[in-house]
Design a protein around this ligand. Structure first.
Ligand SMILES: [Zn+2]
Length: 467
């Protein structure tokens, strides 16, 4: 039996922060209390003046594995995650082959287990051709939920996923439309798993498509109402059928209004935004260049302020990174051809703590990156809290030491990112994955996480997540 005692830290517990010790046996938290003692073989960590926080769960990462090893793989993704206090990553299904069936998901999970340094979960893909049987198979294989890319077409043979409703390429499969969501809605409700959407309406994108000569063209080609229209339409379907809809990477004030409208009518709707939308605006393009090219785009200061406010008020309950690495060559091309996306998983916790402290309640960050993500993907009984019986996924954070995001410190295969140079008033001091200290030996210790079977939990779940 291995024993770990973390002493005298300011522990974020489900009832709030307090100074306490945390005692861990064999990777599971046994007690959280003052004055705990441990055996002579125990690892003892002094956390005085430190925050002892539940590890983050990044519900939106792209491992690129299998399919794009030059960009990233599960080993490098999870090394970056571990360095940033992210002890569980939930990987998106647009790897190759796309995760659209139980067999593909199981093979991907086996691959991830052979490399992952933190725990991982997998989203399943909804394509235009997806059947109810495929959804049920994905759920049985452990999918935490499903992802529909409403504004994207798939190209398996060219090994990429990209926007192209107007491209007319026979190799490209059109995105799932609202009819697909309506057709699958009863199955989604029956399975009790969330449907995450990339919320951009393809007809709006098509109408505003243009050559991307500069950053303004990117903004003009992806107007905020493309996001809002997709959220509104999908919400109507989710509301009628009673399934849980999750909006990935919310990027605009207009999209936020659509989220609020749907939540007001009782739709089970959660929204996630990303650190890059909270810290950056179009004004940073001159400094960052194509490093900040992503879809949906980083928009105006007004959008940024609205998203920060939505997070503060709880309309947006989750921060995920949309960690989406590309090679230096792919990001370094002229703007029009530069690939869209940025790495970011390593900065999730520190950037969220920084934002929460600026908003006056640093502990809100724990809700955004750990508690609420755990509930979204059905892990609320094993992760996302420091309490007896929970996995000992723990980040120890020093609130007196600053961290500046720097390519030199990144553990992702891609050492660049849109948050380069941002300064956060916190530092990751120590990270434990199920009680085991992260030491960057590369050891594969990650396990696949599966949602607790829900159904009856949906009501409680909606209540906990919808303000
Ligand atoms: Zn993404």
């Amino acid at each position: 039996m291995t024993e770990l005692l973390i002493r005298n830290g300011t522990v974020y517990t489900p009832s709030g922060p307090r100074v306490a010790d945390v005692l861990v046996y064999d990777g599971v938290i046994m007690r959280v209390d003052a004055g705990l003692t441990a055996g002579s073989d125990a690892t003892v960590v002094d956390a005085e003046d430190m925050y002892v926080l539940p590890g983050a769960i990044d519900v939106h990462v792209h491992s690129r594995d299998p399919g794009f090893p030059e960009k990233e793989d599960f080993g490098t993704l999870t090394a970056a995650a571990a360095a940033g206090g992210v002890t569980t990553v939930i990987d998106m299904p647009n790897t190759v082959p796309a995760v659209d069936s139980a067999g593909v998901l199981e093979a991907k999970a086996a691959l991830a287990r052979s490399k992952a340094q933190v725990d991982f979960g997998l989203w399943g893909l909804v394509r235009s051709t997806t059947t109810e049987e495929q959804l049920a198979g994905l759920a049985d294989a452990g999918a935490v939920g499903f992802k529909a890319y409403l504004g994207y077409a798939f190209s398996q043979s060219r090994k990429q996923v990209q926007y192209s409703p107007g491209a007319g390429d026979p190799d490209l499969e059109p995105p799932p439309d609202y009819g697909t969501l309506a057709r699958l809605a009863p199955a989604l409700a029956g399975l009790g798993l969330p449907l995450a959407i990339h919320a951009e309406d393809p007809s709006v994108l098509l109408a505003f498509s243009r050559p991307l000569l500069g950053y303004q063209d990117l903004l003009d080609s992806r107007p905020p109402h493309a996001e809002a229209v997709a959220i509104a339409a999908a919400s109507v379907i989710a509301h009628e059928a009673g399934f849980h809809l999750h909006v990935a990477h919310l990027s605009s004030a207009t999209g936020l209004s659509a989220v609020e409208d749907a939540q007001r009518t009782g739709t089970i709707l959660t929204a996630e935004t990303c650190p890059q939308f909270l810290f950056l605006s179009e004004q940073d393009f001159e400094r960052l260049g194509p490093a900040m090219k992503m879809l949906p785009p980083i928009r105006t200061p007004v959008d940024r302020a609205a998203l920060v406010d939505g997070l503060k008020r709880g309309t947006i309950s989750i921060v995920g990174t949309d960690h989406a690495p590309h090679t230096n060559e792919e990001k370094g091309r002229p703007f029009e051809d530069a690939m869209s996306g940025t790495p970011g998983v390593q900065a999730l916790y520190l950037s969220s703590l920084e934002m929460a402290s600026r908003l006056g309640d640093v502990w809100q960050a724990v809700q955004w990156v750990s508690e609420r993500p755990a509930a979204l993907v059905g892990l609320q009984e094993s992760k996302g809290a420091i309490a007896a019986g929970y996995d000992a996924d723990i980040a120890i954070v020093d609130p007196k030491v600053k961290t500046t995001v720097s390519a030199a410190d990144m553990r992702s295969r891609q050492r660049h990112g849109a948050l380069e140079g941002q300064e956060f008033g916190f530092a990751i001091k120590d990270v434990f994955v199920r009680g085991e200290r992260v030491q960057h030996t590369g050891r594969a210790r990650g396990r696949q996480v599966r949602p607790a079977r829900r159904g009856e939990q949906i009501a409680q779940f909606g209540g906990a997540l919808v303000p």
